[in-house]
Design a protein around this ligand. Structure first.
Ligand code: 13P
Ligand code: SF4
Length: 332
């Protein structure tokens, strides 16, 4: 277990977090809004969060927009309704601020697929490469990176690197393959992936498309190549949202985590939005990120009330991890 997670857990034990019972009569939304003012806090939420959390947030966005907001805020506390690597990024940019994550279990399979010791070996085995890492990685991986990117700006970041400069791209092999095709750059890929975006079923998707022949398939680039081949548009969550607003089609099959549909439905209530089917035999037959869904309204309230779990990082990680993030923010 990473030392910062151990420390955050210790504080939870000290306050007896597991035994705290929330009064079921309490108006959580009103209490959260009260705490926000009292603590000069800002709530940043990702599109994959539960609708109720999206609606109470001060800023809702994709990974890039949220990193930018984290860099600009003058709030004293940042409550990150997202996953661990996002909260870590906010802490790296704002070491003097308190950064809270409603549930420490809100991790990421993609970030976990790139363990620091192995990644260090991989870099050492390939000297002379510039290291571009997708923001979905741990703070420690960021300390080994030259530049960070998100799915919104990855093409732009890659194109900012001189053509003769060899590149290592990590940790997402699916996004990496997509970017190799898109930019024509031959990059060395780390073999990581997101369990949510790899869970889509091509067979079920094609069957669904047969019944909705006019629907456009749109997909997140963390998805696998065969699925991306079926898509008429590929982009980050924010780009997918923009596309459904601006494109003239009336029906879309959306291949990314199903949380994005909440905002899409709010912005284009007259269009038909269908979540792409997953292999999982779950009740809604769509893909949900179990990590993102660890956060609940109740946990959001508790983390603001008790200032825990708090994200802490060593000074060394903050100093080394800031460079690649700042470089990304300067370019995009
Ligand atoms: P974006 O919102 O940047 O597209 O990222 C998607 C994702 O997987 C976040 O975990
Ligand atoms: Fe990580 Fe995938 Fe969940 Fe995003 S959707 S947080 S990449 S596991």
């Amino acid at each position: 277990m990473a030392p910062n997670i151990k420390e955050a857990k210790k504080k939870l034990d000290q306050i007896g977090y597991l035994n705290i019972k929330v009064d079921p009569e309490i108006d959580l939304v009103a209490e959260i809004n009260k705490l926000k003012k009292e603590k000069n806090a800002v709530i940043l939420a990702h599109y994959y969060q539960e609708p109720v959390i999206q609606d109470i947030s001060d800023y809702l966005g994709d990974s890039l927009a949220l990193a930018k907001k984290a860099a600009q805020t003058d709030a004293e506390t940042i409550v990150f309704a997202g996953v661990h690597f996002m909260a870590e990024t906010a802490k790296i940019i704002n070491p003097e601020k308190k950064v809270l994550l409603p549930d420490l279990k809100a991790g990421c399979s993609l970030a976990d697929s790139c363990p620091p010791t192995e990644f260090k070996k991989f870099i050492d085995q390939h000297p002379g490469h510039i290291v571009i890492t997708y923001i979905n990685c741990s703070a420690e991986i960021k300390t080994m990176s030259d530049i960070t990117c998100t799915s919104s700006n990855a093409v732009q970041i890659i194109e900012s690197i001189p053509k003769d400069q060899p590149i290592i791209f990590a940790p997402d092999k699916n996004l990496g393959k997509y970017l190799i095709k898109k930019t024509g750059r031959d990059m060395l890929l780390w073999e990581g992936s997101c369990i949510v975006h790899e869970a889509f079923s091509i067979d079920r998707l094609l069957e669904l498309h047969q019944n909705h022949a006019k629907a456009k398939i749109i997909a997140h680039p963390e998805s696998e190549e065969p699925l991306l081949k079926t898509a008429q548009f590929i982009g980050s969550t924010a780009q997918l949202l923009k596309y459904v607003k601006e494109d003239s089609a009336e029906e879309f099959i959306v291949a990314t985590e199903a949380g994005i549909l909440h905002q899409m439905m709010k912005e284009v209530p007259n269009k038909t939005l269908i979540p792409a089917p997953s292999n999982e035999d779950n009740t809604c037959a769509c893909s949900e990120c179990a990590f993102m869904k660890q956060n609940t309204l109740e946990k959001l309230y508790l983390c603001m009330k008790y200032d825990a779990p708090e994200i802490t990082l060593s000074e060394e990680v903050i100093i080394k991890g800031r460079r690649p993030i700042e470089r990304m923010l300067e370019i995009s």
